[in-house]
Design a protein around this ligand. Structure first.
Ligand SMILES: [Zn+2]
Length: 332
């Protein structure tokens, strides 16, 4: 099946048989499986990248189905990482996909980047990108930064030791609430797919040993305007020059509001392994979804409890309320 499946790549001088074999030998992690991450995963799976590590903390909701191409109605309420891995196996049984249901944070990001050739950014927030940047520079793993908002996208290849990192481009993390999000600014349907495919083209070039674009690429899809900007590696860059990986240090704040969703997420600061079957028995109305999540109906609230001790409380924007429910039902 292999040679027929990839026939159009095999005749293409830029890839050819050797390139296609290299893709088969490669392993890529996709961090975040929303609109960007879905297209990235779909593209890399069909292209024949041999191993995909698919990481996301969330579950599939009805509002995801109009722009996240990996999922359909039967995946509703399933953890995205599990649904994505299953979908990849249906698309291409030649390759391997591992779904990792986890919140990417300072305690696990180094472990998550371990052992892959390349990391793809499918995330939707800057906090996570600074974490990826620190972990990848520290472990000397290249990654492709990609961001989208409204009609505007940008992407840059981060090649440790060879070029600038994301912190050379944006030295200071924007403060919370200072930036528009996809919730407030919206997003054009075609933008994530376009930017994801541009990023994946660079991924394929890297994996087969071709030279990557060195500039930051920005694209206004509404006006069809591309721009390439040279980014200098900054001598005072904390990450790639001083190797001060401050984002990898554990922060106290493990409660996060999930933008526009009337939900709060609580992530335990220590390693936790919950036995979902056991918890299941404690609730009147609860259902185990996939192998990693327990959905609990508390009438006014819904708790989505993940194996790693993380909980998404739906139905409140009040961190205290969420914390109370957490300690009431999961413990301290
Ligand atoms: Zn840097």
């Amino acid at each position: 099946m292999g040679s027929k499946r990839y026939a159009r790549h095999l005749v293409l001088p830029e890839v050819g048989e050797e390139g296609q074999n290299r893709l088969k030998e490669s392993s890529v992690a996709v961090f975040g499986l929303g609109a960007l991450g879905s297209t990235i995963t779909d593209a890399l799976a069909r292209t024949g990248v041999g191993e995909l590590k698919l990481v996301d903390r969330d579950f599939v909701e009805i509002s995801n189905l109009n722009h996240q191409i990996l999922y359909d109605e039967k995946d509703l309420d399933m953890p995205k990482a599990e649904a994505a891995a299953k979908r990849v196996n249906e698309i291409n049984s030649d390759i391997e996909a591992h779904g990792v249901v986890a919140d990417i944070n300072p305690t696990n990001v180094e472990e998550l980047v371990e052992g892959v050739d390349l990391v793809m950014d499918g995330s939707d927030n800057m906090e996570l990108r600074y974490l990826i940047n620190d972990a990848c520079i520290k472990k000397e793993i290249p990654w492709v930064y990609t961001a989208v908002l409204a009609t505007y996208g940008m992407t840059m290849n981060v090649l440790p030791e060879k070029g600038p990192c994301m912190r050379c481009l944006i030295p200071k993390k924007p403060s919370r609430g200072s930036m528009e999000t996809c919730e407030t600014a919206g997003i054009l349907f075609s933008l994530p797919r376009t930017m994801a495919n541009i990023a994946c083209t660079e991924a394929v070039k890297y994996l087969i040993g071709e030279k990557n674009r060195e500039e930051l690429l920005t694209f206004n899809i509404w006006d069809s305007e591309f721009e390439l900007t040279k980014v200098e590696r900054r001598d005072e860059c904390k990450t790639c020059k001083q190797n001060d990986f401050e984002f990898l240090e554990i922060e106290e704040d493990m409660i996060s509001e999930l933008c526009g969703r009337n939900s709060i997420q609580i992530t335990p600061s220590e390693d936790v392994q919950l036995v979902l079957e056991e918890l299941h028995g404690r609730f009147e109305r609860s259902e185990i979804k996939g192998i990693s999540m327990l959905k609990v109906d508390l009438e006014d609230y819904t708790m989505n409890i993940f194996k790693d001790g993380r909980v998404i409380v739906e139905g409140t924007e009040d961190p205290k309320k969420a914390k109370t429910l957490y300690s009431q039902y999961i413990g301290q």
